[in-house]
Design a protein around this ligand. Structure first.
Ligand code: TYD
Length: 211
């Protein structure tokens, strides 16, 4: 039987990695095989692409089209080498960011358009869509506050202006309307345990199938 593919999405600082860790632990305690992974990255080649995208060593501007295709290239490798094989083994896959990040950041915030970015990702996805996507929805102020509190050196995306992050948020909201059967919105402003309880409610149908 094919495994279950879960992706987690949202702005920087929304708590995706905390929820991903809680979910993986929960599933493992139930005796399920779980693969946790992330984008950009998830494979050695993908990590190299992540480095190009985030640290921008050449000093040259990356054109929006190049950006979307680099993310898609990383995703193609990730689907072929990690996600599809795991699902074929019957494992659960918990992925921190997936195609909706490209749809929200490149499609929405960078203005390429969601349909264009969807088309650019067809080769990468090769028909592999998440069964359920949790969108950790955090008001913009709270998200930016959390990123600053982390104190990390901002990468290329984190140093974007507020309007960019607002467009990312708006695009996620539009995606939740467009894909209501797949995307579950969570109130990420709540405490981590409360967010996780809401996540588990959203996962109920998939857990029932598992038996
Ligand atoms: P990362 O350090 O992984 O951020 P986070 O901890 O928030 O996940 O950086 C990933 C950045 O890349 C993040 O700003 C979102 C962006 N991104 C895209 O623009 N498009 C994509 O397809 C993906 C996967 C990420």
């Amino acid at each position: 039987m094919r495994g279950v593919f879960i992706s987690l999405e949202g702005a920087e600082g929304c708590g995706k990695s905390t929820q991903s860790a809680l979910l993986a632990d929960f599933l493992r305690v139930k005796g399920l095989e779980v693969v946790t992974t992330r984008e950009p990255g998830g494979t050695p080649t993908g990590e190299m692409i992540r480095d190009i995208l985030q640290h921008h060593a050449s000093g040259e501007d990356i054109a929006p089209g190049a950006e979307v295709l680099l993310f898609a290239a990383s995703r193609a490798q990730h689907v072929a080498h990690v996600i599809r094989p795991a699902l074929e083994r019957g494992d659960w896959v918990v992925c921190d960011r997936f195609v909706d990040s490209s749809l929200a950041y490149q499609g929405g915030a960078r203005g390429l358009g969601i349909d264009t970015v969807l088309a650019a990702n067809e080769i990468a996805l090769d028909g592999v869509w998440p069964d359920v996507t949790f969108w950790l929805d955090l008001p913009l102020d709270a998200a930016l506050g959390r990123v600053v509190a982390r104190g990390a050196h901002p990468d290329r995306f984190e140093s974007e202006e507020t309007a960019f992050h607002q467009r990312v948020h708006d695009a996620y909201a539009a995606l939740a309307v467009r894909f209501p059967e797949r995307i579950v919105r969570l109130n990420a402003a709540a405490a981590p345990e409360a967010v996780f309880a809401e996540l588990l409610e959203g996962l109920e149908p998939n857990l029932e199938t598992e038996g």
